[in-house]
Ligand binder design. Structure first.
Ligand SMILES: Cc1cc2nc3c(=O)[nH]c(=O)nc-3n(C[C@H](O)[C@H](O)[C@H](O)COP(=O)(O)O)c2cc1C
Length: 190
């Protein structure tokens, strides 16, 4: 029997950031997408994530930050690389930084809080795709850069779980090979 949620999960594909274009989600759609992301499992209700939105002119402004950090952190990046960094966030109408934030909790160890942030990234993608948009979860170099951390004002207990790019797909992505269940599923036996 067909089920729309399952059909979506069984057919969803990421759309490369380079294959995204306008329009992006409306304000109401973006609120739905973010609300879905904030509904992920969260042991001890610590809310171990937060979201930073990049829309409109902020994407170009943050591109300048990326180019400056790239120049400071990399050896001789070259003009072409710096131009690309300046345009990086213009690949999609909306980019959402998912920030994992850890609270000291003996009942919900750090690992579980990080997993919850990963689930938030996936819910962003699933919700955006359900609304007909394309989305991709990306880290690239700037998720791990000290300079970008500083520019985003991340606290010591915070890390980037990913940047989720959302927009309209320019083309439908081709299916890609998936692991065979026989290779990854076992039944436990005593
Ligand atoms: C934590 C994480 C980081 C990722 N970073 C990148 C990245 O920097 N660049 C990239 O092309 N894909 C990255 N990916 C992979 C894409 O999100 C996506 O899985 C891939 O394009 C395959 O598409 P699919 O979701 O349809 O399988 C990352 C995935 C995860 C889970």
């Amino acid at each position: 029997m067909s089920n729309p949620t399952l059909d979506h999960l069984l057919s969803r594909r990421s759309v490369s950031a380079n294959s995204l274009t306008e329009p992006g989600p409306s304000a109401a759609e973006l609120e739905q997408i973010l609300t879905a992301a904030a509904r992920v499992p969260d042991h001890k209700k610590l809310v171990p994530w937060r979201f930073v939105l990049f829309e409109g002119a902020a994407r170009e402004e943050f591109g300048q930050v990326l180019a400056e950090v790239c120049r400071a952190e990399e050896t001789d990046p070259g003009a072409f690389r710096l131009q690309n960094e300046a345009k990086r966030f213009l690949r999609a109408p909306v980019v959402i930084a998912v920030v994992s934030r850890i609270t000291d909790s003996p009942a919900a160890p750090e690992w579980e809080q990080i997993l919850s942030a990963g689930a938030a990234c996936q819910n962003l993608i699933v919700a955006a795709t359900a609304l007909g948009f394309g989305a991709q979860w990306i880290t690239e170099w700037y998720a791990y850069s000290r300079g970008v951390r500083a520019a985003l004002g991340l606290a010591d207990n915070e890390r980037i779980a990913g940047f989720v790019y959302i927009g309209t797909p320019k083309e439908k992505p081709e299916e890609r090979e998936r692991p065979r269940l026989a290779d990854i599923v076992t039944s436990w036996r005593s």
